[in-house]
Design a protein around this ligand. Sequence first.
Ligand code: SF4
Length: 331
Amino acid sequence: MSTPENLAPGVVPPLLDVRDLVKHFPIRRGLFGTPAAKVHAVDGISLSIAAGETLGLVGESGCGKSTAGKVILRLIEPTSGSIRLEGRDITTFGDGDMRSVRREMQVVFQDPYSSLNPRMRAGEIVGEPFINYGMGNAGEREDKVASLFRRVGLRPEQMARYPHEFSGGQRQRLGIARALALGPKLIIGDEPVSALDVSVQAQVINLLMDLQAEFGLSYLFIAHDLAVVEHISHRVAVMYLGKIVEVAPKRALFGAPQHPYTEALLASVPLPKPGMRRARQTLKGDVPSPIAPPSGCRFHTRCPYAIPRCSQEEPLLHKVGEGHDVACHLR
Ligand code: SF4
């Protein structure tokens, strides 16, 4: 297993450090044809997450945020770039090394029902990672599963039930219990509360925050619901068509967004009272195709402030404040 690289003695690396990550999906002509084009799902993103920190990753559907999460987990292989976990470059780890890394990086998906085997009892689902990693005997595993059930707000008596006998919120608690089983350091939540009712969303978010405080977990929280992201995140990265266009501490991003896309996303959040007027421009039109993204700034086809330079030259992320980077020619 690798050790932290390229770090001065005494420097603690971020828990997760992703550099220039790219994922292109080739589109072939015919079953075995040569690639005719490619989907630019993730196009050179960099991000880092400290121990105990939550980074929200937001953007419209189709912006590449879920693909980014899967590539970071190595559920999908990256086209290029690097993924470091506590300084170890895991980008090219083989199955053996990844097996131990997978204990440290877990995922909670949006739809707990489709990610839970309907033929397995809830206790078996949560305890399966212990069997996969050869941990404990049957009695010890049952005790651990019962303890995980209690920790996520379920009752140990419910271990004998099947997934369909649980509510949506309870199923998501099962997914969280399974993710916690091996004592991970990082959990990637891929729209983990989007399928739940608002009141249940709040309960699951509070559970995730309690677990973070208790175990020092780090989260990459992928979501399109900005209200949820604002509640749980310490920092937020905004993605548009495969690129990160703004990253900032939560207060700065929600209080004074700098990128026109972030501004428009915030303006799209439903207003709390009927009749309230918006101060900002809302988003118009659809996200362009990631097969042929617009030239220059990818947002220029929808940006109300676009100038001729925007379609010719790609804006790079640059610092506009403490921990606040934005990719826009006008900032
Ligand atoms: Fe709008 Fe131009 Fe800024 Fe892109 S670079 S967000 S098109 S102003």
